[in-house]
Ligand binder design. Structure first.
Ligand code: AMP
Length: 426
């Protein structure tokens, strides 16, 4: 299947080609024909599947082919709502990229920054508006945005919208949309609350499901290291040295935790930056730019902040903490396996996180490979081995997660002293 066979028009085909896309991803192949027929769509797909292009391309195509009917000042004909600022920027960039030869104008609005540049652009007229819910409502209430001309509406990452408490804002926005419109609804997961919300937005939608467990687990090489919480930072440093990683996204469950990782890395001369909700938009964008430009090798992120990170060549993801929601793990490791690429996902698992690992393995339908040969193995996880006294094995009630050992395996020397003096060759 090619983009041409999907009946994409020439100006968009050109930009897609320039992006180096040789063929549509599964979600694009399934969604684009439906969307070009102006049907509503319910898409169950995660970031990394190519879903942005799956909705941006048909919207651009509609607006481009209909543009002659629209003389005068540009009106907002397409509205995309997405939960985070980073994601909004990324979607805006995608519209700019794919719409490079269409002369259509898009604008991204989000909170946490001065609204004047946004309202100035709105006054000039835009065709496509990408927005986070809070700022969108705010600008609507101030009279800068009218949704009465919207013909194409996209609700992106619906499950995260709900997690972040945006449900009321979204309902308010929907009330202001014209009834006659094409609606697209994307969510990585479909719990009952999401199904209910989708039913209130969509007519009779076509449904496209890209199974996250299947695709991500297949593409990403996944390993887990059993390690005590206190040793995680040393293990991280060890891996950064050993694996000669150029750029790595490190996930932390909390904002506080991510700041702490940055501090600890700083102490051992590893430059890193954190990106999370307490950082100003400017600080986040700067951190992201430094990471993309290779100035910073390690970017430490919380799950929500990481959702908008789109770095093409990211090879590694490290789960410094395992997420307590299994789907989040799939989102995280999906950051390395962007549309066709394969990546490496390493997880650190301490005692408390073993239940999370169990849930994750259930969701992805496979066991994550345990790396047992490293200097910071959590010795409290007992293994059946000729070297271990029977007493200890008896105490272990997590047999499922025992490390595999062999009598021939060299005993490792765990030692704090051994670790830090080892400097990378200058
Ligand atoms: P998304 O799921 O929209 O976040 O897209 C994930 C990544 O896949 C982005 O970096 C896109 O540039 C890239 N991408 C989207 N469509 C294709 C395609 N057909 N071929 C190759 N890469 C793509």
């Amino acid at each position: 299947m090619t983009f041409k066979e999907l009946e994409i028009i020439e100006p968009i085909l050109r930009s897609v080609k320039e992006e180096g896309y040789t063929q549509p991803t599964p979600i694009q192949e399934q969604s684009i024909p439906v969307l070009l027929e102006k049907k509503d769509l319910l898409g169950c797909a995660q970031t990394g599947t190519g879903k942005t292009a799956a909705f941006a391309i048909p919207i651009l195509q509609h607006l481009y082919t209909e543009r002659n009917n629209n003389k005068g000042k540009r009106k907002i004909k397409a509205l995309v709502i997405t939960p985070t600022r980073e994601l909004a920027i990324q979607i805006g960039d995608s519209f700019t990229t794919y719409g490079r030869y269409t002369s259509l104008k898009n604008l991204v609005v989000f909170g946490g920054v001065n609204q004047n540049p946004q309202t100035n652009s709105l006054k000039g007229g835009v065709d496509i508006l990408v927005a986070t819910p809070g700022r969108l409502l705010d600008l609507m209430q101030q009279g800068f945005i009218s949704l009465k001309d919207v013909e194409y509406f996209v609700l992106d990452e619906a499950d995260h919208m709900l997690d972040m408490g945006f449900i009321h804002d979204i309902k308010k926005v929907i009330e202001k949309l014209p009834l006659k419109r094409q609606s697209l609804f994307f969510s990585a997961t479909m719990p009952p609350a999401i199904v209910k919300l989708s039913a209130s937005i969509l007519g009779k939608p076509a449904k496209v499901t890209i199974n996250p467990g299947q695709t991500t687990a297949e593409k990403v090489e996944q390993t887990v290291y059993y390690v005590e919480k206190k040793d995680k930072i040393k293990l991280l440093k060890h891996l950064l040295d050993e694996m000669e990683i150029d750029s790595v996204l490190v996930f932390s469950r909390t904002k506080h935790g991510s700041n702490k990782i940055v501090k600890l890395l700083d102490r051992i001369n590893v430059k890193s930056e954190a990106i999370h909700g307490n950082k100003s938009q400017q600080a986040r964008q700067k951190a992201l730019k430094n990471f993309k430009d290779g100035v910073t090798k390690v970017l430490v992120a919380t799950d929500i902040a990481a959702r908008g990170i789109d770095v093409e060549a990211m090879s590694h993801v490290i789960n410094y903490d395992l997420p307590n929601v299994a789907e989040t793990y799939v989102h995280r490791i999906g950051r390395t396996a962007r549309a066709g690429n394969s990546g490496i996902a390493v997880s650190f698992c301490d005692m408390e996180e073993r239940e999370y690992l169990k849930d994750i393995e259930k969701l992805i339908g496979q066991k994550v490979k345990i790396i047992e040969d490293h200097p910071f193995v959590d010795e409290s996880i007992e293994v059946p081995s000729v070297n271990k006294p029977a007493q200890k094995q008896k105490n272990n009630n997590n047999n499922k997660f025992r490390r595999r050992t062999s009598a021939t395996k060299k005993p490792f020397k765990a030692g704090k002293k051994k670790f830090f003096p080892r400097k990378k060759s200058e």
